[in-house]
Design a protein around this ligand. Structure first.
Ligand SMILES: Cc1cc2nc3c(=O)[nH]c(=O)nc-3n(C[C@H](O)[C@H](O)[C@H](O)COP(=O)(O)OP(=O)(O)OC[C@H]3O[C@@H](n4cnc5c(N)ncnc54)[C@H](O)[C@@H]3O)c2cc1C
Length: 430
C-alpha cells in the first residue's frame, strides 16, 4: 500500500496502520535511494514539500518532501544557503538525517550538525518533537539515524549567509589514474577548510546504450568548491592546474546554483554503491582497483575520493550519532546498473574492490550506501562501535515490533564492526 500524505495526521495514520498490522513500513521522498520492497506500507512524502525561511534567525523549516533545489531557492531569496549536496533533486530530509556531506562541509560540518529540532512519527504511533531539551537521547540519535527510528515530518536547521561561492570542475586529460590520485591526495594535504573537493574517476563501457560522448571512455575530474577569494583559490589550485587539463570551469557562481557544477542526474536514478571513510589513502593502495576499473566493464562504474575533515571532524554541541569524525577521506564506488544487473553480484564486487584498496577504514558512510547492498555494507558500520548499543536500544524502544525498513537496512549490533580486516590482519591469518 502506498500512501502520499498531505499532512502529518496522514503520516500518523499510515504508521499506526502498519504498526497495528505489524507490516513493514518504508519511507521515501524522491526515491533516489529506493530499494526493492517487500509489501507493507510505503509512505511517499513528496507532497509535504513546504519550505519556510526565517531570514532574521537564518533558519529553514521544511517538510520531509522538500528537495535541496526548493530549499536552496527559498533561502537564496534572503541571501542565505543551506548545507545542500551535489544534486538539487535529492531530498533535504533524507540527506540531512543521514549526515549530509555538503561541498561546504569542510567549513561548516555535516548538515545534521545544524539541525535545531525535528518532528518524528515513531512506529509506536507517537509524534515527537525532538530537540536538545525535550528528548535529548532521541535527538542525539535522530541526527544521523532518524530513518531507523521513524518518519521525519518536519525539520528545522541553520542556514548560512552565503550568496556566492567559487566552484567548478577540472577535467583532466590524463590516462594514468594512479598518478591523478597521487597528485590529488598530495594537493588535499595542504588545503584550508574553506575549500572542499572530490576526485571522480568514471569508466563507461563501450555500449550502444550510452551516449557517444562517454561510450567506451574513462574520465577523471576534480570538483572544487571554495569560500576563498578568487585570488586565494587561484593560488591554491596552481598545482592542479599544472596537470594536463581538458577543461577548467572553476568560477564564481551563485550559491543557489552550486549543484549545477557536479553533473548529477536530474531525475531519480538507480544506483548501487558502497562507501568507506578512512584516516588516510595512498595512491599506491588505490592502483590495484584502478587497473581493475579500467578493464572492460559491463556497466558504468565510478570511483570517488572525497576530502573530508575540517568542520566534519568536530562534534557539534549537542553531540549527534554521526560516526567517522576522525576520517580524512571517503572512498566510494558506484555502479549505474541496467535492469539485468545482478545486485547481489554487484554488491560483492563493490565489497571486493573496496577491500582490495588496502585501506584501514574507520567505517562506512550511510548516505552513500545505495541499493540492495545490505549484506555486504551493513548500516552498523556507519556508526562508532561504542554508540551501537545506545542506538540499538533506542530503535528497540520506538520500534518494538521491528516494522521499520530504512533504505540502508537495520542497525544491528550482532555484527562485528571491526570485521573488515586490514592488510596486516589478513596477512597474519594466512
Ligand atoms: C545524485 C545524488 C547525489 C547525492 N549527493 C549527496 C551529497 O552531496 N552528499 C550527501 O551526503 N549525500 C548525497 N547523496 C545521497 C543522499 O543524501 C541519500 O541518498 C539520501 O538518502 C537521499 O534522500 P532522498 O529523500 O532523496 O531519497 P529517498 O530514496 O526518497 O530516501 C532514501 C531513504 O532516506 C530515508 N528517508 C527519506 N525520507 C525520510 C523521512 N521523512 N523520514 C525518515 N527517513 C527518510 C529512508 O530510509 C529512505 O529509504 C546523493 C544522492 C544522489 C542520488
Amino acid at each position: 500500500m502506498t500512501v502520499e500524505p498531505l499532512n502529518t495526521d496522514d503520516v500518523i495514520r499510515a504508521v499506526a496502520h502498519a504498526a497495528s498490522h505489524r507490516i513493514p513500513l518504508r519511507t521515501i521522498s524522491t526515491g533516489h535511494g529506493a530499494t526493492s520492497g517487500e509489501g507493507g506500507v510505503l509512505i511517499r512524502t513528496h507532497r509535504l514539500s513546504g519550505v519556510h525561511i526565517d531570514p532574521d534567525r537564518q533558519i529553514a523549516d521544511i517538510g520531509p518532501g522538500a528537495t535541496w533545489g526548493q530549499v536552496g531557492a527559498a533561502a537564496a531569496r534572503h541571501g542565505l544557503a543551506p548545507l545542500s549536496g551535489t544534486a538539487a533533486t535529492v531530498g533535504a530530509a533524507g540527506y540531512t538525517v543521514g549526515g549530509g556531506i555538503s561541498p561546504l562541509s569542510r567549513r561548516y560540518g555535516y548538515a545534521a550538525d545544524h539541525v535545531l529540532d525535528l518532528d518524528l512519527v515513531t512506529p509506536d504511533g507517537r509524534q515527537r518533537t525532538l530537540d536538545a531539551e525535550s528528548d535529548p537521547e532521541l535527538f542525539w540519535a535522530a541526527r544521523g539515524a532518524a530513518s531507523s527510528l521513524g518518519v521525519v515530518t518536519r525539520l528545522r536547521f541553520r542556514l548560512f549567509p552565503i550568496t556566492k561561492v567559487r566552484a567548478g570542475a577540472l577535467t583532466l586529460d590524463v590516462d594514468d589514474w594512479a598518478d591523478v590520485v597521487g597528485r590529488y591526495l598530495d594537493w588535499t594535504a595542504g588545503i584550508s577548510d574553506t575549500t572542499s573537493s572530490f576526485l571522480s574517476l568514471k569508466n563507461f563501457p563501450d555500449s550502444p546504450d550510452l551516449p557517444e560522448a562517454v561510450r567506451g571512455k574513462r574520465t577523471a575530474t576534480i570538483y572544487v568548491t571554495s569560500l576563498d577569494s578568487t585570488e586565494a583559490l587561484a593560488t591554491s589550485l596552481e598545482p592542479l592546474r599544472r596537470l594536463p587539463l581538458a577543461a577548467d570551469n572553476v568560477t564564481d557562481i551563485a550559491a543557489a546554483d552550486l549543484a549545477t557544477v557536479f553533473n548529477e542526474p536530474t531525475w531519480p536514478h538507480a544506483f548501487q554503491g558502497d562507501a568507506i571513510a578512512a584516516m588516510g589513502v595512498s595512491a599506491s593502495t588505490l592502483s590495484g582497483p584502478l587497473s581493475h576499473l579500467s578493464d572492460d566493464v559491463a556497466v558504468p562504474t565510478f570511483l570517488f575520493v572525497h576530502h573530508l575533515g575540517g568542520g566534519m571532524s568536530a562534534a557539534p554541541d549537542p553531540a549527534n550519532a554521526i560516526g567517522n569524525r576522525a576520517a580524512r577521506y571517503m572512498v566510494r564506488i558506484v555502479t549505474s546498473p541496467t535492469p539485468t544487473t545482478d545486485p547481489v553480484a554487484t554488491a560483492a564486487e563493490h565489497d571486493r574492490t573496496l577491500r582490495s584498496l588496502s585501506i584501514e577504514p574507520t567505517g562506512r558512510v550511510s548516505n552513500f550506501l545505495f541499493g540492495d547492498n545490505v549484506p555486504t555494507a551493513p548500516l552498523a558500520d556507519c556508526y562508532d562501535p561504542a554508540d551501537l548499543p545506545r542506538l540499538a536500544s533506542l530503535v528497540t524502544r520506538v520500534d518494538l515490533d521491528n516494522i521499520l525498513r530504512p533504505a540502508r537496512g537495520p542497525i544491528s549490533t550482532g555484527r562485528d564492526h571491526r570485521r573488515w580486516p586490514g592488510r596486516s590482519e589478513e596477512r597474519r591469518r594466512k
